[in-house]
Design a protein around this ligand. Sequence first.
Ligand code: HEC
Ligand code: HEC
Ligand code: HEC
Length: 126
Amino acid sequence: MKTILLILLLAVAPAWAADSLAPKLDIGKGGQCVDDPKFMRTNHMKLIVHQRDETMRKGIRGGKYSLANCVECHASKVNHSVLGSNQNFCQGCHAYAAVKIDCFECHSSKPREFRKASVLAAKDMK
Ligand code: HEC
Ligand code: HEC
Ligand code: HEC
């Protein structure tokens, strides 16, 4: 129910409605999103979700919609992650929307400079 409500709000509501109901998110580093934030709010899942197959077959990596790129900007300056609390960018909105994301079981939730070695991170590196 909450999810349906949020989706409706994201789709049709004016900015003030989304702002007053949305969780307080730690946007991260700042700068300019890869696309219009309003567009991103409703379409990010289409942009990043299984690009994977295409990416691996054609060898395209690290484009503007790469997951690693999102993390570079949206990781909190406090804990250097997009996860960890309900202020953290991906986790915060997803907890609110009650939508699970399993991406970070394999992908790092931290920007490059705060990772250990590889592009894909183990669970204990979150
Ligand atoms: C079981 C492990 C696993 C899970 C879970 C997983 N991925 Fe991946 N993903 C990979 C591997 C392996 C690659 C290819 C290596 C690479 O390109 O870094 C990849 C590559 C990608 C790429 C292209 C590289 C990049 O950084 O842009 C994107 C985008 C991506 N995955 C998005 C996602 C999203 C979104 C989710 C969650 C819905 C997800 N993946 C879940 C293993 C996983
Ligand atoms: C160069 C930094 C940067 C990159 C890279 C970036 N973003 Fe953003 N993004 C931002 C900023 C800053 C905002 C807030 C803009 C605003 O509110 O005016 C934002 C806003 C958003 C929003 C809307 C948040 C809200 O509260 O409504 C979503 C969703 C989003 N980004 C997802 C992504 C995803 C997914 C990726 C990777 C494909 C990504 N962003 C890459 C900087 C970035
Ligand atoms: C402003 C709120 C918001 C933010 C911030 C946000 N998401 Fe989402 N995300 C959603 C909502 C709502 C959905 C479900 C939309 C739907 O079902 O159509 C979703 C769906 C997804 C999905 C598809 C899940 C599925 O099972 O279909 C993925 C993957 C995803 N988001 C990844 C991310 C990642 C990675 C970040 C951080 C870079 C992020 N999201 C940040 C609100 C957000």
